[in-house]
Design a protein around this ligand. Sequence first.
Ligand SMILES: Cc1cc2nc3c(=O)[nH]c(=O)nc-3n(C[C@H](O)[C@H](O)[C@H](O)COP(=O)(O)OP(=O)(O)OC[C@H]3O[C@@H](n4cnc5c(N)ncnc54)[C@H](O)[C@@H]3O)c2cc1C
Length: 409
Amino acid sequence: MTATIALTPEKRLRTGRSVWSDTPHPQLKTHALRRPLQCDVAIVGAGISGAFMAEALSRHYGRVVVLDRRAPAMGSTHASTAMLQYEIDTPLTELSDMIGHPKAARAWRRSFAATQGLIRLVRDEKIPCGFEDRSALYLAGDEMGGRGMEKEARARRRAGLDCEFLSGRELKARYGIARTGAIFSDRVAVADPVALARGLLRRARARGAKIFAPCEVHDVMGAARGVMLDAGGWFVEAKAAVFCTGYEVLKGLPDQHTEITSSWAAATAPHADYPAWLDQTLVWEAASPYLYLRTGAQGQLIVGGEDADLDSPSYRAGTLGLKAKKLAQKTSRLLPGLKPKWTHVWAGAFGESSDGLPIIGAVPGMPHCFAVMGFGGNGTVYSMLAAQLMPGLLKGRPAKDAELFAFRT
Ligand SMILES: Cc1cc2nc3c(=O)[nH]c(=O)nc-3n(C[C@H](O)[C@H](O)[C@H](O)COP(=O)(O)OP(=O)(O)OC[C@H]3O[C@@H](n4cnc5c(N)ncnc54)[C@H](O)[C@@H]3O)c2cc1C
């Protein structure tokens, strides 16, 4: 007997207790699949990517179906610290060296536009998700010093992205942080990722989308008018399928120079001790591994980073204590006087692409199948970007810039 390869591998995506586990999230009504179905679009995955996708596509199609082997937002979305920023992991100057300045500038502008679209959507739809506006402070570190930051800030402004370079002296005076420089930018946000995903799915459901969970998709086949998904005995026939399966990547894809790694995070109890400006500012750094900080709606200090190039649930679990200690030490070093006491420590699978850009588009060799791989520290914004591009891709009329994020063949 030959073993069958799963359509997407089932992984232990998270370990530990994330800060969102104690937040009461109203349950989202889902269905059990008990009959064959026909629909316009089937979305596989009900994490943040599937949620943005369902919200967007339910505006265009009457019959949208979402299928997930877990409950909605219980995959890697539950591990996210939900910093909603447009800054791409690969600085604009570095991305320009890789793909040329015009394309790099377009990718950065598109990420900015997706962030603004996300902020507008949450406001217009009044999605209750601990959403708060923020500025961002990107600190010089071992991957880019003050001079590099100054050059990066100039490149961003030339690309039409407003930002301010802070010298080491200005940074110290304004924030008490000792680094050789930083870039200050605006118009970013933070949220509760579980509430955001479920809120988006609720909006999609109100427009007629149906959410089936737990419901695993085992296989995908060509059909007369699209694709047929094998969902454990029942078949879902769709004109198109969109795979939003996160770090459980679809089998058989051509190599996209992506890597699944690990990332850790920790949070304090509410009303933690931290400088008041942190409530308006998220902080990250040009370092490897990097540290980042944000605050929560109840005044928790939430930090993350310490990434490792290894996708191993047992490694993630076995190093929780050590990584928590390192995150506390690094936080104290960055903000002297702060001694955070973690009440929550967790880790999860994380994804990176070699250029920091997501992969969004038609899957090579699989007609009527599309995939979203929003890899990178701004994965949530990439989920929004995918939702902005997908209606055009499904109609065979890709929007401007879609080719920047298509599968690399
Ligand atoms: C510690 C940590 C901190 C992070 N912080 C941030 C941050 O601050 N900002 C940010 O933007 N991003 C952050 N991220 C990244 C972010 O978590 C991811 O980009 C995001 O969660 C990916 O969402 P997704 O919907 O693609 O994946 P998921 O949430 O994993 O959803 C995919 C879903 O697909 C389902 N699925 C897979 N295969 C099948 C199948 N065959 N059949 C049915 N269902 C299937 C899974 O069950 C899962 O629910 C962080 C990640 C970690 C680990």
